[in-house]
Design a protein around this ligand. Structure first.
Ligand SMILES: NC(=O)c1ccc[n+]([C@@H]2O[C@H](COP(=O)([O-])OP(=O)(O)OC[C@H]3O[C@@H](n4cnc5c(N)ncnc54)[C@H](OP(=O)(O)O)[C@@H]3O)[C@@H](O)[C@H]2O)c1
Length: 517
């Protein structure tokens, strides 16, 4: 749905032996207006995945052994180098770093030819390797494909001959990040992203000694998805589930850490849309903080952690379990003409939620049903009435000029919200790149002005965009036509609202799913 917002996709995980009940469940899910994309039914319970804030009490010592032998897949990648440094400096570890790129220069002590393909990347890796060699412990680099079990057995045999020890652990970092829209993926391109995360993990875990350590790195995209990163997101759902399996079925000390972005490290190097990602709820993680978070997670023995999410942002918030996200709390808001007393029978009414579960219902009488510009019930406003405002916080300054009003109208339409402040960032209000494409085409249509996506990204608030467009427009004809069109649209919206007002009757909202994952 991130790439095709007109599609309403749900993933239902149903027990195969409950055919009749499943049929009913599917129908209920079809009817529901629920935003839950993944739902599992287990033992009669409806379950959805939610995020919960992790507690960080120190439960155990770090699982690293002094002079321990560890294999780091993707070990000369951005994060691999940081982790290798830590293990050498603090645990005098003996490390095998694995990547596919051959680096014969490491053994022959020669620099790659300047015009060789990837010369720059190779030079940087050799330099990083030389720096690691200066630290405590020992380090070797092996060029091998982690998905090839023969090659990996060979690598381990080499380590055993060298150090007379099996593997104390694997830190599985190898991965491939490519941006591509889902409908442009081919079976080959898709499996290229899946391979190191899935096949790689399956091969690597078999190399670790009994009760050894298996740490895998994933991405928050595995939980939240990612625009133009469907294959990468799919690949990153695996480490989490596999880590759970290893811990419970294979007696390994397994952990999965899924990150937002390590600032200017590895895959996130030269990333251009930091500000937008930040507004969407992804923190940039400084490498030192990344290592600190990893150690805190290991001390607390968390099997799975998502690190670097801002739960206050609208893109992340709906997935977070909070006090306001109570299971099965129904509220009915209703209006009634003056003098009407609250009917006691209403309190006695047996309420069931949309999934048929008996539920307590809170009845709230309000003077007027809040409606959005398009005439729908304004649920955000209702939440506000219940003291649980879901609106983004911060002072909201209304549009002040004709141009700001036009842009605000477009944002409201695209984001489906009633009002915006001129200093709110588009991404802070829940805007995603795909919605920005809609804004882009509407701004161009309405104002009849050329505007690139890059310009739009550079000016993410109404105030900054209007200021920029105003400057640009000074050399061009006026906005009169556009303002007239916007005024006309406003009149139509107001007329629709007037027609819909006054039809006050109870509306129900369900504040959350029944169970957590
Ligand atoms: N950097 C971030 O901001 C970030 C954010 C979230 C999650 N992560 C996760 O953290 C991990 C490390 O990321 P990074 O930024 O360090 O990535 P990176 O710099 O791109 O390093 C990944 C390494 O994996 C190696 N690799 C890929 N496929 C392989 C295979 N089949 N066999 C052996 N090696 C293979 C690559 O080396 P060759 O090219 O030589 O094969 C590459 O050096 C990844 O799993 C990623 O999903 C990173």
């Amino acid at each position: 749905p991130l790439e095709m917002p007109w599609l309403d996709c749900r993933h239902l995980d149903l027990p195969p032996d409950e055919k009749e009940a499943n049929a009913e469940r599917i129908i209920r899910e079809f009817r529901a207006v629920s935003k839950d994309r993944e739902v599992a039914y287990r033992d009669g319970h409806r379950m959805v995945s939610v995020l919960e804030k992790a507690a960080f009490s120190e439960k155990q010592d770090l699982p690293f052994v002094r002079n321990g032998v560890y294999l780091i897949s993707g070990g000369l990648g951005g994060i691999g180098i940081e982790i290798a440094k830590y293990l050498l400096m603090h645990h005098a570890a003996r490390l095998i770093l694995v990547g596919r790129t051959p680096l014969p220069e490491i053994s022959h002590n020669a620099e790659p030819e300047a015009d060789a393909p990837d010369a720059e990347k190779i030079t940087a890796r050799i330099r990083a390797f030389r720096e690691l060699e200066q630290l405590d412990g020992e380090v070797v680099y092996e060029a091998a494909d982690i998905c090839d079990s023969e090659q990996m057995l060979e690598v381990c045999r080499g380590a055993e001959n060298r150090w007379e020890s099996g593997l104390d652990g694997v830190i599985h970092l190898a991965g491939i990040f490519r941006t591509r829209l889902l409908n442009e993926e081919t079976p080959d391109s898709f499996s290229e992203s899946l391979r190191p995360k899935i096949l790689g993990a399956c091969v690597l875990h078999q190399l670790v000694r009994e009760n050894g350590l298996f740490i895998s790195f994933g991405s928050v995209n595995g939980f939240l998805g990612g625009l133009s990163a469907g294959a990468y997101s799919a690949a990153n759902t695996f480490p989490d589930a596999f880590s759970h399996y290893l811990r419970h079925e294979r007696s390994l000390q397994s952990h999965c850490f899924s990150w937002s972005m390590w600032d200017e490290v590895g895959m996130s190097q030269d990333y251009l849309m930091k500000e937008q990602s930040r507004d969407q709820g992804y923190f940039m993680i400084d490498p030192r903080k990344g290592i600190a978070a990893l150690l805190a997670g290991l001390h607390a023995d968390h099997p799975r952690l998502l690190i670097g999410l801002d739960a206050a942002k609208p893109f992340v918030r709906p997935r977070v379990r909070t006090g306001a996200y109570l299971p099965q709390q129904l509220s009915a808001y209703f209006t009634a003409s003056e003098g009407t007393s609250f009917p006691e029978t209403l309190q006695m009414t047996e309420m069931r939620d949309r999934f048929g579960t008996l539920s307590h219902c809170e009845f709230v009488r309000i003077p007027e049903m809040p409606l959005t510009a398009s005439g729908e019930v304004d649920t955000a406003e209702l939440l506000g009435m219940a003291g649980q405002s879901a609106q983004a916080s911060g002072e909201k300054i209304a549009p002040r000029t004709g141009l700001e009003r036009i842009i605000a109208g477009i944002w409201q339409e695209v984001l489906g919200i009633e009002s915006v402040g001129v200093h709110n960032s588009f991404f802070e209000l829940g805007g995603q790149s795909i919605l920005l494409v809609q804004v882009h085409s509407k701004v161009q249509q309405t104002l009849g002005q050329d505007l690139s996506m890059v310009e739009l990204l550079r000016y993410p608030t109404i105030s900054s965009l209007a200021g920029y467009l105003g400057q640009k427009e000074k050399q061009k004809p006026s906005y009169q036509g556009a303002q007239e069109r916007a005024e006309k649209q406003k009149q139509i919206r107001q007329k629709r609202m007037q027609q819909k007002r006054g039809r006050g009757h109870p509306r129900f909202r369900n504040q959350g799913p029944e169970c957590k994952n």
